[in-house]
Design a protein around this ligand. Structure first.
Ligand SMILES: [Zn+2]
Length: 494
């Protein structure tokens, strides 16, 4: 197959065998795939040549945990406990958003991701109230901007679940009103599965870079029946499953009580309903016990770590060393724009490497191959190699972060903030060229966001007012939760 795009003369960094000063190579791309990586590849007539001298080519980064629904709320919140933040950020607290706002928020999140070298997002999107038109808008926005997306509708079937221990006894019923920290749907488990399947089938084959997955938001808001049906569906249709697991101490304390039949272990519960396998990714995984970590490793399930959001919400520090020692498959995520507050894998990689006390190779591997594997694309993306999809990020080496070039991986993880990303290729198409979007009109998008914000900020203001009465009670519940002895300390690196 004749190349349609040649990336000329980049230093190509491979997460499997990273060299301190990677070799200079050409990359030949035909359609959506890499066909050759080698020296002096001849460009046939008509092929586009992307000059990449003094650039570092890395596999497009994979954010294995992300939500598109609150990208317009970046910077709105100071650090606060997870459960307090959820009261401000989870869509069911808001009136339904306009189609224009949904499109703009998907585009702005994807644009921020692309500009920092992310080529694949796992979007656990909340669509509330449920509306197929909104799903269409999201999918269309992803198609238009050209990023790869593994899309999961985030839903549970048990509305009104308690988000924190002491919630019921502390929060006056009159104040609870429409406040929710859950992503609720209600209705029978079977109905919900049928609806999810209907959406998946309706979109099948329509979006070349969009893959469908399942997103039970957290096990605590999902019935055993629903989780069992999801496990069955995942097995039958080979669908990936993404789920928040043991994110905060509050989640963990609830799980201890809630899963008495499984010895208080959420991991045993997930295994019993049939979900804990190689198709399953636990997002966060901060509060697992040592034997639960072993069980996750044995099952071949993945963990997507989100260090920035865990620190901002005070949820704790995931046991990265223990995961590595147990051989757990690790990926990295950027999480919500209103609690991380950046779609930037360089930040995620650096925090991971610092938590793990490692030189950067494991962080880089988690951000590329690890994410690809969690998303079910371990053979398709995550490396720059013949036969793989052409998802490539090119960074300028003419940047202080890489001058001098002593160790490409270590400088990528510890020094580079995302500033030197020049070109981004997804599916063989240049979507960021010289640092600007090639697929959407950036300036028009910024103007559209400006236009939309007054309505969103007015709604946020109303939510802040409502929450002001609730927050002292939430703070007390949080204080009591922090004082509980769960036999684990996840507030220190270890
Ligand atoms: Zn999340």
């Amino acid at each position: 197959m004749s190349p349609t795009l040649i990336v000329r003369g980049a230093r190509v960094l491979d997460p499997v065998a990273p060299e301190p000063r990677p070799q200079v190579c050409d990359i030949a791309i035909s359609g959506d795939r890499i066909t050759a990586v080698g020296q002096e590849i001849v460009a046939p007539p008509g092929a586009k040549v992307l000059e990449a001298r003094d650039m570092l080519a890395i596999p497009g980064l994979v954010s294995a945990h992300y939500h598109s629904h609150d990208t317009l709320l970046k910077g709105c919140f100071a650090p606060m406990p997870l459960e307090a933040w959820l009261l401000h950020a989870v869509p069911p607290n808001y009136p339904q958003r306009s189609r224009e706002e949904v499109r703009a928020r998907v585009l702005i999140g994807a644009l921020e991701a692309l500009k920092s070298g992310i080529t694949t997002l796992q979007d656990m999107a909340t669509v509330h109230p449920f509306d197929p038109g909104e799903v269409d808008t999201i999918a269309q926005a992803y198609d238009d901007i050209g990023i790869r997306c593994v899309f999961a509708l985030q839903v549970g079937d048990v509305p009104g679940s308690r988000p924190l221990p002491f919630w019921d006894e502390l929060i006056p019923p009159a104040l609870r009103g429409g406040a929710t920290v859950t992503v609720r749907r209600g209705g029978s488990a079977r109905e919900l599965i049928e609806r999810l399947e209907g959406e998946r089938r309706r979109h099948a084959g329509r979006h070349p870079r969009l893959t469908w997955a399942l997103g039970p938001a957290t096990p605590e808001i999902c019935s055993e029946e629903y989780l069992g049906l999801l496990a069955e569906l995942s097995g039958r249709e080979n669908l990936r499953v993404f789920c928040h697991v043991y994110e905060s101490k509050g989640n963990t304390a609830i799980a201890r009580n809630h899963y008495g039949a499984d010895g208080g272990s959420l991991i045993r519960h997930l295994a019993r309903v049939g979900l804990l396998n190689e198709r399953f990714t636990l997002a966060h995984g901060v509060w697992l016990q040592p034997e639960e970590i072993e069980q996750v490793a044995r099952a071949g399930a993945h963990v997507a770590l989100n260090p920035a959001s865990n620190l901002k919400t005070g949820s704790g520090i995931a046991p990265v060393r223990a995961y590595i020692e147990a051989g757990v498959k690790l990926a990295l995520g950027t999480d919500n724009s209103s609690c991380s507050d950046a779609q930037n894998m360089f930040q995620a990689m650096k925090l991971f490497a610092l938590w793990a006390g490692e030189g950067g190779q494991k962080a880089f591997a988690a951000a590329t191959l690890g994410g690809a594997d969690a998303l079910g694309m371990g053979d398709e993306i995550g490396r720059i190699a013949p036969g793989r999809k052409a998802d490539i990020t090119l960074l300028s080496l003419r940047d202080p972060a890489f001058a001098p070039l002593n160790d490409a991986v270590r400088q990528l993880v510890y020094t580079e903030p995302g500033r030197s990303v020049r070109h981004v290729i997804v599916d063989g198409r240049v979507v960021i060229e010289n640092g600007r979007a090639a697929t959407v009109d950036e300036d028009a998008l910024y103007a559209e966001v400006e236009r939309l914000m007054p309505a969103l900020l007015a709604d946020l203001e109303a939510i802040r007012k409502r929450n002001a009465a609730l927050l002292p009670y939430v703070a007390e519940a949080h204080k009591r939760t922090q004082a509980l002895d769960l036999g684990l300390d996840r507030f220190r690196i270890g």
